[in-house]
Ligand binder design. Structure first.
Ligand SMILES: C[S@@+](CC[C@H](N)C(=O)[O-])C[C@H]1O[C@@H](n2cnc3c(N)ncnc32)[C@H](O)[C@@H]1O
Length: 214
């Protein structure tokens, strides 16, 4: 594992319990952001297979399970500490430790993929390798949802959730994300960019793309 991914893994292992306590569910998410999730869930057939790519402590998985009990859910994350927390709230979900750029799943395994604030530690130039992996494991026409903070540049995070960490976070422009998605054969369907709320330092974006129908 390279230095950046290793630093991300260590940082999230460090904050895992505090993160789970601070953000136990999707209640913090803005209604507009949750509407993008609902739009994807709405179209999924019974028993569809969904990958939460960078599932963290599993709050999105728990939400999906509550919304649609029939979904076959899988969560993947770099951080074993985050996955351990996820196992508490999403006990019937398959949880896998892996890098988004090297997913240990067969081609076309998933009917939908969500990357909810999980590409925020990936620099813009590496986004397309992550999206190529997501496209590879997606079925033809599958929705792919990507949420991130909007902007450009990177910052080093030294303190998070009350813990000392050494973590690099990247802001992304919607056009960089769209280009990387398109380069991976994921066609943009909708792009939400909203202003920051009082608690947020940046605008937020949620992009809905779809694996090109083959
Ligand atoms: C801000 S948290 C978001 C977690 C969860 N999606 C949520 O909304 O609560 C970012 C998560 O992405 C994971 N992550 C970051 N880069 C990753 C990578 N290259 N491969 C796998 N997981 C990654 C981190 O370990 C962390 O759990």
């Amino acid at each position: 594992m390279d230095e950046r991914r290793e630093a991300t893994r260590i940082a999230y292992d460090t904050v895992a319990a505090a993160y789970a306590a601070a953000l136990p569910d999707l209640a913090y998410e803005a209604p507009l952001d949750r509407a993008m999730i609902a739009e994807v869930v709405r179209e999924l057939p019974e028993g569809a297979s969904v990958l939460d790519a960078g599932c963290g402590t599993g709050r999105l998985l728990a939400h999906l399970r509550a919304e649609r009990p029939s979904l076959h859910l899988v969560g993947v994350d770099l951080s074993e500490g985050m996955l351990e927390q996820a196992s508490r709230v999403a006990s019937d979900v398959e949880l896998v430790g892996a890098d988004l750029a090297a997913l240990p799943f067969a081609d076309a395994r998933f009917d939908a993929v969500m990357a909810w604030y999980s590409v925020i530690h990936t620099p813009a130039e590496d986004l397309s390798e992550v999206f190529r992996e997501i496209a590879r494991v997606s079925t033809s026409g599958a929705p792919v949802l990507v949420a991130f903070q909007v902007g450009s540049g990177e910052r080093t995070v030294r303190r998070a959730y009350g813990r000392d960490v050494n973590l690099t976070a990247y802001l992304h422009t919607p056009s960089d994300v769209a280009s990387a998605l398109e380069a991976a054969d994921l066609v943009i369907q909708a792009s939400l960019v909203r202003s920051p709320r009082a608690t947020e330092a940046h605008s937020q974006a949620v992009v809905l793309a779809r694996k090109r129908v083959s």
